[in-house]
Design a protein around this ligand. Structure first.
Ligand code: NAP
Ligand code: MG
Length: 499
């Protein structure tokens, strides 16, 4: 039997040429335009991809009103949770059916390699919808101890209208981690896409409607953060704000809440995650290859990127040599080529920012071991070579700031103790990893690392069943797992005195 690889077998450029991009907004069950439009460029080659409807305050008001109506008067929060789950399962099936078309939208709008878009981004969304579809009717209330004559019932009720504001680096995975549990819990949603990635999520939301979501249950608006995101943040008819993005913007959301109706806020923010390799790592070559993956995958545009590689002196040269030698495997290419491992950065602004940070880092003493330059200039897109730097003082910008780029900062240490101290020398706390064959060291280090997730002898592994989120300046609140479902409900106590 021959198994055909769907990514290799698809004519992506042909499909792109005949693609009808979803350029509208989805509000109250209808695809509509907006007063303003925005030309969207593709980082693949810098050309115009589409002209899309761009929401202002009026469109945000309409979307929140639709979500409010659907919550206050529509069937969604009152359905049996099993029925909500069934609709989410249908939603998952429709996304899977349209997997190629949606993966292509992701690859074109934000430059993700088509194989990653198809195999990782789309699969993650389908699995998320299935997971929360299955979980929708599995949470139970409580009956707590009382004396005879009283009955106390604790129920979970849908929390209301959820506004979700998301970034572009995983435009569907991260959106799904918010809207799927919110919908399963019986909430209604207004989601703002990131300026660089409106298309894929609009298409996904259309499929939600086709799957049977009632009008107004899932609304999607495109627009500028300071206008559209802020209008959602300050809206008094929004009950929950859930945000994934930078720490700087996360701070705004707390202000929006404080200045309006004290809506609750969940923040998934930035990171500068340490990846520690101790000398007794079980397989040093595998650790080095994974360390490269942890920073070059998705062009390093990952909140959990292993951007600080902390190496014990005894093995540092061997690990660094291997990473530098394999950097060529990550040479950027056309995102529509199925063999491309790394695409462009998301836009010219992002590339200019990173090149500036690299200049500052080098001026402060950093040594570039490989990469550091713009590449594929003729393509017209913002491509950056996979880059490795070393020789960094503790206050070097390349060790302090989240770069959101394929730039690995290497630090050498002499002991487990020093590794833990260097790892903790950051205001962020999203993720961390340690590589060692010593069970005691693994547990010791894992306990001492302040992060939402710690990986031992692996990186970026996980499952929908585990919560995801940060501590310190990486935010609070958790996506994924049954804990996320709980975040979109309110606990209600009903105390019945019957005599
Ligand atoms: P960003 O600039 O913070 O933007 C994120 C979202 O917020 C976008 O939709 C953006 O709109 C909107 N926004 C911007 N300014 C706003 C404002 N003043 N008020 C309301 N909304 C506003 O982040 P990004 O560049 O898109 O994404 C990269 C960041 O996301 C990194 O820091 C990364 O670590 C973080 N991230 C975190 C996680 C996690 O789970 N912890 C996951 C992925 C990414 P525009 O599109 O118009 O700018
Ligand atoms: Mg932005």
């Amino acid at each position: 039997m021959t198994v055909t690889d769907p990514v290799t077998a698809t004519d992506w450029a042909g499909l792109a040429a005949s693609l009808a991009a979803p350029t509208g907004l989805l509000v109250g069950g209808e695809i509509r335009g907006a007063e303003a439009t925005r030309k969207l460029l593709t980082p693949r080659d810098g050309t115009v991809l589409a002209e899309v409807a761009w929401a202002g305050e009026a469109e945000v008001d309409a979307a929140v009103a639709a979500a409010r109506r659907a919550f206050d008067h529509g069937p969604w929060p009152r359905l049996h949770p099993r029925e909500r789950g069934e609709i989410l399962q249908r939603f998952a099936a429709l996304v899977e059916e349209h997997r190629a078309e949606i993966a292509l939208l992701v690859a074109l709008e934000m430059g993700k390699p088509i194989r990653t878009a198809y195999e990782i981004e789309l699969r993650a969304l389908v699995r998320t919808l299935r997971y929360y579809g299955e979980l929708a009717d599995k949470e139970h209330g409580e009956v707590t101890p009382t004396t005879a004559g009283d009955l106390s019932i604790v129920t979970r009720e849908p929390a209301g209208v959820v506004a979700a504001v998301v970034p572009w680096n995983f435009p569907l995975t991260l959106a799904g981690w918010k809207f799927a549990p919110a919908l399963a819990a019986g909430c209604t949603v207004v989601l703002k896409t990131a300026e660089q990635s409106p298309l894929s999520m609009q298409r996904v939301a259309q499929l939600g409607l086709e799957a049977g979501l009632p009008a107004g249950v899932l609304n999607v608006v495109n627009g500028d953060g300071v206008v559209t995101g802020q209008a959602l943040g300050r809206h008094r008819d929004v009950d929950i704000l859930t945000f994934t993005g930078s720490t700087e913007v996360g701070r705004h959301f707390l202000r929006y809440s404080a200045d309006s109706n004290l809506k609750r806020v969940y923040l998934e923010l930035g990171g500068k995650s340490p990846n520690i390799i101790l000398p007794d790592a079980p397989d040093l070559d595998a650790a080095a290859d994974t360390a490269a993956w942890a920073i070059f995958f998705n062009s390093g545009e990952m909140c959990t990127a292993g951007s600080r590689l902390i190496l014990h002196r005894d093995i540092a040269a061997r690990v660094v040599d291997r990473i530098v030698a394999t950097a060529a495997d990550w040479a950027p290419g056309d995102p529509l080529d199925p063999t491309t491992a790394m695409g462009p950065l998301v836009d010219e602004r992002s590339l200019a920012r990173v090149l500036g940070q690299l200049d500052d880092g080098v001026a402060a003493g950093a040594r570039v071991l490989t990469g550091g330059r713009r590449t594929r200039v003729d393509s017209g897109g913002p491509y950056l070579e996979p880059t490795v730097v070393t020789g960094l003082a503790a206050d070097n910008v390349l060790l302090r700031e989240e770069l959101f780029a394929p730039v690995l900062s290497v630090v050498e240490v002499s002991s487990e103790e020093e590794a833990v101290a260097v790892a903790g020398d950051t205001p962020y706390g999203l993720a961390a990893a340690v590589w060692t064959a010593d069970l005691g060291a693994a547990h010791r280090v894992a306990r001492r690392l302040r992060a939402g997730t710690v990986w031992v002898n692996c990186y970026e592994e996980g499952d929908l069943s585990v919560p995801f989120g940060g501590v310190k300046l990486s935010g609070f609140g958790r996506d994924k797992s049954r804990h996320a479902l709980a975040e979109y409900s309110d606990l209600k106590t009903t105390w019945i005195h019957y005599g």
